[in-house]
Design a protein around this ligand. Structure first.
Ligand SMILES: Cc1cc2nc3c(=O)[nH]c(=O)nc-3n(C[C@H](O)[C@H](O)[C@H](O)COP(=O)(O)OP(=O)(O)OC[C@H]3O[C@@H](n4cnc5c(N)ncnc54)[C@H](O)[C@@H]3O)c2cc1C
Length: 387
């Protein structure tokens, strides 16, 4: 007899953790299998931005529902998520002012705390910013960033307190199916039985899908991040996505974290070493932060790291049932999934236990859209996030 559970979640990144937590809250005994260790994948490298500004409504809705968890993490999940309110600015180039207006209107309709601000108002919010190359921005006064590893740990700690089990250093190598229904998995630590298997394997989700003949169109997205020591005269600044300079940045204590929207490496082999950041990236990141923030020339490079996430053709997630009965997929979060993770967990638990998600309508994030050629695009699209 193999050890038996109500559900098996593959992957202990923030998505697997959130889904396991939510299933355990609904009374299921969940087994989480992780080939390495908690948050070793995209989650552990994540920049942790928590904001609601997107050009696709389902992303804004998932981010908004998740935001309530980030703000009240200890009461709702237990433990810590490191949420830090900094305020968030989405700066766009003037040719995207109309899209910005449309997206802020869409977000306000969802109840999101966001407003349009002029460059002059941005200067009041962040006096250290140079504001002569844009006209408008969106401002979310309550947004900021959180700590993905702490969030993952607290989801798993609470799931374990409800009877769920985590096994690390345990790679799923096969999914067992009988008469069109999932019955369990084979792993590097033996076989486990469950009628539900959730694929949260991040960049490896395509490999897991193929075990049950489910094709998941997933590429890898490798992303460099730099931390710069901020000169003290610059002071604390908001979290920003800066479309003009293709950059995002936020504070981390006395440091500023910087990532770029362009020059990301797509399609690196799954098993390849993440290695070091591209030296050209460091030069670009420093040049751009100096272009936006007065006084940053006196800063110094502190550290860098690289992370990798699964990227879909439309750079939007896949949250769906697919293949044999009992097989579910939550992957392809395309470099923006952390802030969505609390709501994704609720939605997946509803999809599994109630047949559809009510918390947020995630039907557009279905897997078949790729085969049908119906890629997701916002009504007021900014184009692809990552170039
Ligand atoms: C550098 C970087 C910066 C980012 N910045 C942000 C940000 O600012 N804001 C934001 O919202 N999002 C951000 N993201 C995106 C976000 O971090 C990811 O979308 C999210 O963490 C994905 O979580 P996940 O659980 O799906 O994947 P992962 O964290 O990659 O977890 C998947 C897990 O599955 C395990 N696994 C794989 N195969 C198997 C197997 N066969 N058996 C068992 N286990 C297996 C892996 O070891 C891994 O631990 C960023 C991502 C990166 C890389």
């Amino acid at each position: 007899m193999n050890p038996s559970y109500d559900a098996i979640v593959i992957g202990a990144g923030v998505m697997g953790a959130s889904i396991a937590y939510n299933l355990s809250q609904r009374g299921l005994r969940v087994l989480i299998l992780e080939r390495q260790s908690i948050a070793v994948g995209a989650t552990g490298a994540s920049s942790g931005l928590v904001r609601m500004h997107y050009d696709v409504e389902v992303d804004s809705a998932l981010a908004w529902e998740s935001f309530h968890f980030f703000k009240n993490w200890r009461e709702r999940i237990g433990g810590e998520c490191g949420f830090t309110r900094t305020g968030f600015l989405q700066i766009v180039s003037p040719d995207k002012n109309e899209q910005l207006r449309g997206n802020v209107t869409m977000q306000q309709r969802l109840g999101i705390l966001t407003e349009l601000v002029t460059a002059t108002e941005v200067k009041k919010i962040a006096p250290m910013f140079k504001t002569d190359d844009f006209e408008l921005a969106a401002y979310e006064p309550e947004s900021g960033y959180a700590d993905p590893t702490s969030a993952t740990n607290s989801f798993i700690t609470t799931a374990k307190a409800c009877g769920s089990v985590l096994i690390q250093d345990c790679e799923v190598i096969e999914i067992r199916v009988n008469r069109g229904k999932v019955i369990g998995v084979d792993s590097s630590r033996g076989a486990f039985d469950a009628p539900i298997v959730v694929n949260c394997a991040g960049t490896f989700a395509d490999r897991i899908g193929r075990m049950v003949d489910v094709e998941i169109p997933l590429d890898t997205w490798s992303h460099d991040v730099a931390f710069v020591k901020r000169p003290s005269k610059v002071g604390m600044h908001p979290t920003v996505i800066d479309d003009v300079l293709s950059m995002y940045f936020r504070t981390e204590g006395e440091l500023t974290l910087i990532g770029l929207e362009d020059y990301n490496r797509m399609g690196e082999p799954l098993e390849s070493d993440l290695g070091r950041v591209d030296p050209e990236f460091v030069m670009r990141a420093i040049d751009r932060i100096c272009e936006r923030v007065d006084g940053m020339e006196a800063g110094s490079l502190h550290s860098t790291h690289v992370g990798r996430d699964g990227l879909t053709p439309d750079q939007r997630a896949i949250i769906d049932q697919a293949g044999p009965d009992g097989f579910y997929v939550a992957c392809g979060f395309s470099g923006t999934g952390f802030k969505l993770s609390p709501a994704v967990g609720v939605c997946m638990s509803e999809l599994i236990l109630d047949g559809s998600a009510k918390f947020v309508n995630i039907s557009s994030l279905n897997l078949n859209r790729f085969a049908r050629g119906e890629l997701i695009q916002g009504e007021h699209s900014y184009g692809h996030i990552w170039k």
